[in-house]
Design a binder for this molecule. Structure first.
Ligand SMILES: Cc1ncc(COP(=O)(O)O)c(C=O)c1O
Length: 440
């Protein structure tokens, strides 16, 4: 038995008790539990790269606004499901200033995080036509969105976007769409987990396809503005976060406060319903909702049934954050840039000890440094590598669970790794490399 930084008996015992073999097949939250248990028994701190938890303090203007709202007594009142007026106004301004797209406050509706935005989107889009029931995912992606389709009983399909970048995208999407009975297309941009960033030419293709086949695009902007190669931080000044909203009338945007504003704990996000979709009528929606109008079904059907709106105080927080960002008094990108800076160092360390970056190119440029990166190590598949690294005090998830075809890989999230852990990470990686020499 080779010596490992975390006693192998403890790792074995916890994995056995969990009953998932290899442990790399576990979901994100299951891995969190496995690592918590091992840390609890050994007292040894892990380099935690399995879950995308923001590693920064929550945006101050948000917490202040939320406390004021709480003191003013909003906690006793049900919030309007459509959202409070200042939030709707500032969200519409944000979309205009940072995406260069015109929407009205009525098109901007708060959700309990983008998780709920996705669920509500599936509940309405995938029920708008009785002959079409599912979502085409441009993978790799965020695994729980497929779980949402599963629990709703919706069909889904996917392909690995990495193999079909640029002009290849149109043909591949058309082939997939003709095979399936899709109502919607979903992708995240920047992409969790590969961190590829779709450009305007590709978004134009997606937009044109959505119009041609009458599909709704669900664009997940969980990492809004976080392609740090460009400065996307100035309100109303190009370049803007690229978006499909420029190329189709048939879109929903999911804007999360979790990563951009480090506000994950308050579970607040926005769904932006395109003006073209908001008043559109789908007679098949009447099977589930009181109205055949898309926007009405979304708000008074899906969101009402899910939670009857988003937390009142968190809405005040997000309104204040958007206002500060829109007015240019708070530059959120300056804060989250730290993730990119840490990614540069972390990727360098892993590569020094024999790891490879799996999704390493973004069209003809090297992949940007951001919130996630992907790794492999010769001789291991993804789930085995996830399990092996647990003995070295490093946690990550397998790419297989993200819909990736790169099953040799894993996803590493930089956010929770502290700079003071770089030294211990290097020691652990060096030992891993020594214990698993790479054949010449
Ligand atoms: C691509 C993607 N979409 C959605 C979410 C969920 O966002 P929220 O915290 O707003 O529910 C995440 C969180 O990790 C994500 O990575």
């Amino acid at each position: 038995m080779k010596s490992t930084p975390i006693p192998s008996e403890v790792v074995n015992e916890v994995i056995d008790a969990f009953g998932i073999h290899p442990a790399g097949k576990a979901t994100i939250r299951e891995l969190v539990k496995i690592v918590n248990d091992i840390e609890g028994i050994t007292g040894e701190e892990y380099i935690r790269m399995e879950m995308g938890v923001p590693g920064l303090d929550p945006t101050f203007v948000g917490t202040e606004a939320e406390m004021i709202a709480l003191r003013q007594g909003v906690a006793s009142k049900y919030p309007n499901i459509e959202g409070i007026a200042p939030l709707k106004e500032e969200a519409a301004r944000f979309v205009n200033l940072f995406l260069d797209v015109d929407v009205k406050p009525m098109n901007c509706v708060p959700t309990v995080g983008s998780m709920m935005g996705g669920m509500a989107a599936f509940m309405v889009v995938n029920r708008s036509d009785q002959n079409r029931t599912g979502t085409l995912f441009l993978d790799p992606g965020f695994p729980v969105q497929k779980q949402q389709c599963l629990v709703l009983g919706h069909q889904f399909g996917s392909f690995d976007l990495y193999d079909y970048r640029g002009n290849k995208l149109r043909k591949k999407m058309e082939e997939e769409i003709e095979k399936g009975q899709y109502s919607s297309i979903l992708y995240s941009n920047p992409n969790n987990p590969s961190w590829i960033c779709l450009n305007d030419a590709e978004l134009k293709i997606i937009g044109e396809i959505s119009m041609k086949y009458d599909l709704t695009v669900i664009e997940d902007l969980a990492y809004f503005g976080m392609d740090f190669r460009k400065d996307l931080s100035q309100p109303g000044v190009p370049p803007f976060q690229p978006t499909v909203a420029k190329y189709t009338d048939n879109y929903l945007l999911l804007i999360s406060s979790s990563k951009a504003f480090s506000y994950a704990g308050q579970r607040i996000g926005m769904i932006i319903i395109s003006p073209g979709l908001y008043d559109r009528k789908y007679k098949d929606l009447k099977r589930y909702y009181s109205s055949e109008k898309f926007g009405h079904a979304m708000i008074y059907g899906a969101l009402y049934a899910l939670s009857a709106g988003a937390s009142h105080t968190a809405q005040y927080a997000l309104a204040a954050i958007f206002k500060a960002v829109n007015n240019g008094t708070y530059n959120y990108i300056e804060e989250v840039r730290e993730y990119g800076a840490k990614a540069t160092i972390l990727k360098g360390l892993f590569q020094k000890y024999g790891f490879r970056i799996v999704y390493n190119m973004d069209l003809d440029e090297p992949i940007a440094d951001g919130f996630y990166f992907t790794l492999s190590y010769p001789g291991f598949d993804g789930p085995q590598l996830v399990e092996k690294l647990l003995y070295y005090g490093i946690s990550a998830i397998s790419l297989g669970i993200t819909g990736s075809t790169r099953t040799e890989g894993l996803r590493a999230c930089v956010s929770q790794v502290r700079r003071d852990q770089f030294k211990v990470l290097e020691e652990r990686l060096s030992l891993f490399n020594k214990n698993h020499p790479i054949p010449e």
